[in-house]
Write a protein that binds this ligand. Structure first.
Ligand code: GTP
Length: 589
């Protein structure tokens, strides 16, 4: 009977459609927080979340809602990450709920992530409450937005779509009653063996790993011995509780509850989203399905620029503690010195880490051009290697096949921008998979290589569509691609930080652009120095860096020794490349 008064739900929406604002309003109207607290936007408190206006890490709040009949309900609001790079995390946090509020901005209508999030909710079999937001806005087109929502799902009816202003609070009362009336209460057996789903975790330097969980079966008391099934670890529980919105310890958590566990585990990376927790004394027979190890999709080098390597190291270690999806390892570059190779869920994730290093730690860093993973099959023994760093891309003579990861890229855009967007996607090796209408908008799906999306695609999409197009991606699979390695040699010595892996049909333009930039940027020496782009042993582009003074040009034979060394394959670069060179070529700006 206790569970009759519990509702576990999440708000899902496209970025900026008002998720945080509605969450604030709900907390306020249930007196969970005062109006003044919400001014600080409790759910969005990281500096970068502010800068991006999106939620990076999810947080969960228990609200107490007293309805018109005087009954008190526990409304557990589970906040989900706001970006598709975190799709897996979104799907796990949705599994912790029994229903979602699908929020659509009436000034924008249904957009790419509205659809992506709707699909995740549908796949998880959740009750969906469709809501039109921002009806107070002069630009709102409520009827059109309703039409688009109805177009999403045949089973939606016009009457069930709520119309609100999360900002002013108009209509939010109806949202609170709809949560009570439409979202099913949890039904797990409190006396069954413990079965809890970890949908988020954070690391506290003193307490260790704190897991956010939904209990589906059983009861968890403080001091119980717990078994983490995927990690195959046991640990004694230290504390359980809820955020209401501040940390509130409780004696126990029971089936249907959402709360936190101070796990007593000190290894920040031991517990992952999707983990199943059960009790050592009475374990559950089967873990939750669908557990995934986080798989970085995009890699890039992170190097200190002006800042100290040690400071960068400390900052990166700290960031990784609270972001299980961010992976890193030390990396040494001849040209850039000591740094790190980071692995990210996507380009947006990379940008967030970059900004956090800058904003939260005050570090000036250089990010090398991002690349995706390559799966290379070697001729010898049919061996397969995963390559995450272009400098480790094998010699072309050894390669039998190269594959790279692809995504389904869904874009929504106004009708008249179709040509521009198609041209852009096709220039990025996109293959059209689907074309559909969505109200007055079009929705196109392209299958595209991650490596093409990783580099600046989103910015270009925004630019060709004047900010109207939206993008959401979904991992597809690995596919064969004609990728080649391109090395850059300055005065016959390879510069390791300027090694790229790219598609053969991009080689010519990219090679010429790069050597031209280098010609203009590399500091001159007494002798003339060639800049060469080399692919499969052939020079595909070349420019000469002129000598320091015209007079010295006569003495270009100085590089004869270098030339000999090159033939012997031993040339070492003695050229100091200034940061601007790497900025111009590598940095994403
Ligand atoms: P992410 O965290 O990026 O997913 O954004 P969000 O969905 O949480 O959006 P947020 O709540 O931050 O709102 C985005 C903008 O829309 C803010 O400037 C809000 O003030 C504004 N906004 C939200 N709800 C309403 C509304 O009902 N009416 C109007 N006029 N503006 C609103």
């Amino acid at each position: 009977d206790r569970q009759k008064y519990i509702r576990n739900f999440a708000i899902i929406a496209h970025i900026d459609h008002g998720k945080s604002t509605l969450a604030d309003r709900i907390m306020e109207m249930t007196n969970t927080v005062s109006e003044r607290d919400t001014a600080a936007q409790l759910l969005d408190d990281l500096a970068v979340e502010k800068a991006h206006g999106v939620t990076v890490k999810s947080r969960t709040v228990r609200n107490y809602y007293v309805d018109d009949r005087g009954d008190e309900y526990q409304y557990n609001l589970i906040d989900t990450p706001g970006h598709v790079d975190f799709n897996y995390e979104v799907s796990r946090s949705l599994s912790a709920t029994d229903g979602v509020l699908l929020l659509v901005d009436a000034t924008k209508g249904v957009q790419a992530q509205t659809v992506a999030n709707y699909r995740l909710a549908k796949e998880a079999n959740l009750t969906i409450i469709p809501i039109v937001n921002k009806i107070d806005n002069l630009m709102a087109d409520v009827d059109k937005t309703v039409e688009e929502i109805l177009g999403l799902d045949d089973s939606f009816t016009e009457e069930e779509i709520l119309k609100i202003s999360a900002k002013s609070g108009l209509g939010v009362d109806a949202v609170l009653t709809a949560i009570r009336d439409r979202i099913p209460a949890p039904t797990g057996d409190e006396t069954a063996p413990l079965k809890a789903l970890v949908f988020d975790s954070k690391f506290d330097p003193y307490k260790g790993v704190i897991a956010l969980v939904r209990l589906f079966e059983g009861t968890l008391n403080t001091t119980d011995q717990m078994l983490f099934m995927a990690a195959d670890l046991t640990s004694q529980n230290k504390e359980v509780g809820v955020f209401a919105p501040f940390t509130t310890p409780l004696a126990k958590l029971q089936a249907g509850d959402v709360g936190y566990i101070v796990t007593g585990i000190k290894d920040a990376h031991a517990i992952r989203v999707g983990e199943t927790i059960t009790s050592v004394a009475q374990p559950t027979p089967a873990a939750f399905p669908g557990y995934q190890m986080v798989q970085p999709m995009v890699y890039a080098g992170l190097y200190p620029r002006g800042t100290d390597y040690k400071d960068l190291k400390i900052a990166i270690e700290k960031l990784a503690l609270n972001d299980a999806a961010f992976q890193y390892e030390p990396e040494q570059s001849e040209a850039l010195g000591m740094g790190f190779r980071g692995g990210f869920l996507g380009i947006f994730h990379l940008q967030i880490i970059r900004e956090r290093l800058q904003d939260e730690f005050g570090l000036d860093i250089l990010t090398t051009m991002p690349n995706s993973t390559f799966r290379v099959t070697l001729k010898q023994k049919d061996e397969m290697v995963m390559v995450e760093n272009p400098t480790q891309f094998p010699h072309f003579a050894q390669i039998a096949k190269v594959e790279e990861p692809y995504v389904h890229a869904k874009m929504t855009l106004p009708n008249d921008m179709l040509n521009d967007v198609m041209r852009l996607a096709e220039g990025r090796r996109g293959v059209l998979e689907d074309l559909d209408t969505l109200g007055s908008m079009l929705m196109v799906t392209y299958k595209m290589p991650v490596s093409e999306i990783a580099y600046d695609f989103f910015n270009e999409l925004k630019s060709v569509s004047h900010g109207f197009a939206t993008l959401s991606t979904e991992i597809a699979d690995f596919e064969a691609s004609d990728m080649v390695r391109m090395d850059i040699a300055i005065d016959y010595a390879n510069v390791d930080a300027l090694t790229f892996v790219l598609h053969r049909f991009k080689v010519e333009k990219f090679a010429q652009d790069t050597v031209t930039k280098l010609r203009d940027l590399v500091p001159r020496k007494l002798q003339q120095m060639p800049v060469q782009a080399i692919v499969e042993g052939r020079v595909v582009a070349r420019e000469n860096i002129p000598p320091l003074r015209k007079m010295a040009a006569k003495g270009t034979k100085v590089s004869k020794k270098q030339e000999q060394l090159r033939r012997a394959g031993q040339a070492k670069s003695d050229i100091e490349l200034p940061q601007e060179v790497f900025d111009a070529i590598l940095d994403m700006g």
